[in-house]
Ligand binder design. Structure first.
Ligand SMILES: [Zn+2]
Length: 245
């Protein structure tokens, strides 16, 4: 870079969309950064009015700056929807300056809003790549990812519930089948003989052979809570053991 340019607070560098203009020094809000310049095109002259390129800057209905010349370093400044600079147009002087509208730090890319017409014609069709739009897209992608994950988890929960239901149904069917098989073999599936006597010598009618009931009551009227499947208070454990013996 020539020494004469080194005092400038910017340089051309790689940006997301190709080249861009970057701050090399802090630039205070309100500072003129660079002039946007080039030949003036008069819309009243047919040949000048016919010129088309992406660097045309309309000053008035009549006058347009053709900023496509190499010397116009400001042409490297990219558009942003939430920029840190603006184009300051002086129609009567037929001049345009790019001015900071925020404090800009070294390394920051300098941007200004190209305006609605340019946006619609050139940026909207390809998708604006500015920070604000990228952030918006990123947020949308994240939201879409979260939504996909939510739906996936929902589907997984549903599949799990259905698998559990199916397993229950199958277990019931297996039990029912086992009952049928047991009946066919002449034995009750609960291990009791069809003659009403349990193989352990207890009667199937709820009375033990020694005269104690299986329903939790002694025949003499004392309750044996253990037999009903409840926890036994220690003082009654002895009685419960009697039943189990
Ligand atoms: Zn944008």
């Amino acid at each position: 870079m020539p020494a004469s340019l080194s005092h400038k607070p910017y340089r051309v560098g790689r940006s997301r969309t190709g080249l861009g203009l970057f701050a090399t020094k802090p630039i205070k809000k309100g500072t003129k950064i660079i002039r946007y310049f080039g030949p003036l095109l008069d819309s009243k002259k047919k040949d000048e009015d016919a010129i088309e390129n992406k660097y045309l800057f309309e000053l008035t209905n009549r006058w347009t700056i053709d900023g496509s010349i190499r010397e116009n370093v400001a042409r490297y400044i990219n558009h942003a929807c939430r920029p840190n600079a603006e184009s300051d147009v002086k129609p009567r002087k037929r001049k345009v300056f790019i001015r900071a509208i925020k404090d800009i730090e070294p390394g920051d890319e300098i941007n200004y809003d190209y305006g609605t017409d340019y946006f619609k014609a050139y940026l909207k069709p390809i998708g604006c790549k500015c920070d604000a739009c990228e952030k918006k897209r990123k947020k949308k992608r994240a939201e879409a990812r979260a939504e996909r994950l939510r739906l996936k988890e929902k589907a997984e929960r549903k599949a799990k519930r259905e698998a559990e239901k199916l397993a229950e149904t199958r277990a019931r069917q297996r039990k029912a089948n086992a009952k049928k098989v047991a009946k066919a073999n002449g034995k009750a599936p609960n291990g009791k003989a069809p003659n009403g006597k349990a193989p352990n010598g207890k009667a199937g009618n709820g009375k033990t052979l020694n005269g104690k009931a299986l329903n939790g009551k002694h025949l003499n009227g004392h309750t044996l809570t253990a037999a009903a499947g409840k926890r036994v208070v220690p003082s009654k454990r002895g009685a419960a053991r009697v039943l189990q013996a």
